[in-house]
Structures are given as structure tokens and as C-alpha cells.
Design a protein around this ligand. Sequence first.
Ligand code: PGA
Length: 261
Amino acid sequence: MTSSKRPLVIGNWKMNLDFVEGLHLVQQLGVLLKNHPVEHTDVVVVPPFVDLRTVSSILDSERLAISLGAQHVNPNDNGAHTGEISTSMLKRLNVEWIIVGHSERRTHYAMTDEIVAETLRSVVRAGQHAVLCVGENSARREAGDYEEVVRAQLDSALRGLDERFHALVAVAYEPLWAIGTGVNATSTQVREMTEFVRTVMSSLSFSAPQVLYGGSVNPENAGSLVRDSDVDGFLVGGASLKAESFYAILQACDDCYAIKR
Ligand code: PGA
């Protein structure tokens, strides 16, 4: 980690854990964090919508240093959008972070680059943090034009965004071939792509953006990934579903930051 920013680790539960299971997970995580706090790392959990109220209450009543995120949001304020949720609804539940354009939404739920850009704008205008997900699939990695994929995704989502919102945007580089596969990108690949993301963002007038990596991050690889690349943290899926494994990833980031600072 060559970046001087505080690490940020976000646990995306995806469509796992009902509100009772979610409550247990946060309680367990709370015990681990109270016994051994991570001092330098910002922590976000991102439960399914139906768990948000329960998780929000427990974070508040236990005064846990964990922020709340949502996995998706509809860009409209309200109205005839059956099955959808708005930024203001999430805000009422103390949601501060929203994942925008996760590859699972892009691939399976027709989330186009245009909808990603619109969603990102609605998030930051509501004063919430957007975690913009970008990344190539295995075909584009093998074809060698993966940087073009990521450049196009960043460009369409961020070009023209009012500078006053820039600080609310974090980017997660998540190659599709690494998500849920057990095959993480190597530190070298992560370093190359986080540098590339920073270069593209700087050409779009972003200064010092927070760039995360996601894709099969686990307690075994988190330490070396954070040490040997210049990533600012992780977006974690599977390994965020167990308190011990998520906590181990937080600790790896925290230790690395404490040493390198
Ligand atoms: P994974 O998911 O950690 O299970 O690979 C990462 C993500 O999709 O954000």
C-alpha cells in the first residue's frame, strides 16, 4: 500500500443472510471489533435491502464503528417503479454508501453504462458515497484490451460529473473473472489496474480518488494484496459473510497501514 489514505473495506453480502442472520453477523463482528478495534481502517457492511433496518439499529445501539451501505438504488426520486428503492429511502436508514454498477447488475439486470451514470449522479446528489464498480470479463482480459473496457466504464460514468461531487466517489476495480471464482487478481495485476484507474480519473479531473480491489479477496490473500499493490482497500463478497474472515481482512489492511504510515 503506497497510498497514504486510510484503507476502506466494504463487505457486500449480495443476496445472502436474512435479517436474523445479518443481525448475528453484525453482533459477532461488533464483539471482535470491541475486543480488538481496527484503528486505521474504515469499515462498511452492505446487507440486502430487507436487512438494512435491523442492521442500522444494531450499529446505532451498539455504537459500532461500521458504516452502512446498499447494493443498488434506483436513480429516480419516487414514483411508479415497482420493486425499486430510492436514495432518500436509504438515507432514512442511515445508508451512507451505495454500490453502483456491480458487474452482477450490469450482466444480469441490464444495467447499462447510461443507467450506471444516472444512478451515480443520483447517489452523490443525495450526499451519499458511490462505489463505482468497473472491470473486464475473462474474454477481454485474454484479448488484452481490458484497459479499454475499464477506461470506457470510467469515462461514461464520471465524465462531466460536477467537481463538488468528486470526493463522494470511490472506484472498485473488480475483474469479472475474479469475482466469486476463488481466483484473485495478482498483486501485480491489481497494482497495474489501480494505477490505470487513477490515471484515467486524473484525466477526468479527479484528485486522489479512493481505488479498491474486489474479486476473491480472503484472509489468506488480503495481506499480500494490500502490501504489494497500491490499493486503498477492498470490496469483499464471500469472505464478508463470516465475522472471522471479514475481520481478518480488516486487520490485514489495518496492520499494513500502521506499518507503512
Ligand atoms: P467475491 O465478490 O469476494 O465473492 O469474489 C466480490 C464482489 O462481487 O464484490
